[in-house]
Design a protein around this ligand. Structure first.
Ligand code: MG
Length: 163
């Protein structure tokens, strides 16, 4: 194969929203009366990003690297899990080109927080903000996301072989 080698990866995650938990998106805590249930801190956006990165590099999935059966990841800071994933992808000779993410959440409205989330994600990926996109949508009242039972995130990343 001649020329540069690029790989694309996609990630998806969903978490239930329950009382007594924090709502974390991209490492940022969003004020709300409910938050993500999960073995780790439940940061749905970072989990989708981790799977997108692992998928791009064909390195398995988040459950294989950070299994819920492992007590080390109980209430783990997902920023730490992402940092380990970024280091792994880097060690395999890849550089992240960009990331495009979508969060689907009925309430609260995310628009006021999107720029702050974007900045957090960019910093966590070691990218300039212009290479990171975070989009916020609702589910128009449909299904478990629409009823506020859960939050969903999707992410797509591109990586470039540098060595
Ligand atoms: Mg998850």
């Amino acid at each position: 194969m001649s020329g540069r080698e690029f790989r694309v990866g996609e990630g998806w995650d969903v978490h239930r929203l329950v009382e007594g938990r924090r709502l974390l998106l991209g490492g940022l805590e969003i004020p709300f009366e409910r938050g993500e249930l999960g073995h780790s801190d439940g940061d749905v956006l970072l989990h989708a990003l981790i799977d997108a990165l692992l998928g791009a590099a064909a390195l398995g999935d988040i459950g294989a690297h950070f299994p819920p059966s492992d007590a080390r990841w109980k209430d783990a800071d997902s920023l730490l899990l992402l940092a380990r994933t970024v280091a792994l992808v880097d060690a395999e000779g890849w550089r992240i080109v960009n990331a495009d993410c979508t969060v689907v959440l009925e309430r609260p409205r995310l628009r006021p927080h999107v720029e702050a989330i974007r900045a957090r994600v960019a910093a966590a990926l070691g990218l300039e903000v212009g290479r990171v996109s975070v989009k916020a949508k609702t589910a128009e009242g449909l299904g478990p996301i629409g009823s506020g039972e859960a939050v969903e995130a999707r992410a797509v990343v591109l990586i470039d072989r540098v060595r």
